[in-house]
Write a protein that binds this ligand. Structure first.
Ligand SMILES: [Zn+2]
Length: 70
């Protein structure tokens, strides 16, 4: 199994969009955006972002904020 990239979500398509820098949020976002762009352009597939992807991020942020305010 390949790691460090975003594979195209369409069955039968083996395109993977590598994250150039694993520690860079920008690289992660860029690879994700490139993958989504490919899915729309090549397959006319619009992925619906899961609601909990976002809420998980804000949960982590809220936790960090609480810890630093003490
Ligand atoms: Zn594809």
């Amino acid at each position: 199994m390949r790691t460090g990239g975003f594979p195209c979500r369409l069955l039968g398509c083996d395109r993977t969009f590598q994250v150039v820098d694993q520690k860079s949020m920008d690289a992660l976002t860029a690879a994700s955006a490139a993958r989504s762009e490919h899915e729309v352009a090549a397959h006319s597939y619009q992925h619906v972002r899961l609601a909990d992807e976002r809420s998980y991020m804000s949960f982590q942020r809220a936790k960090a904020k609480q810890a630093s305010s003490k």
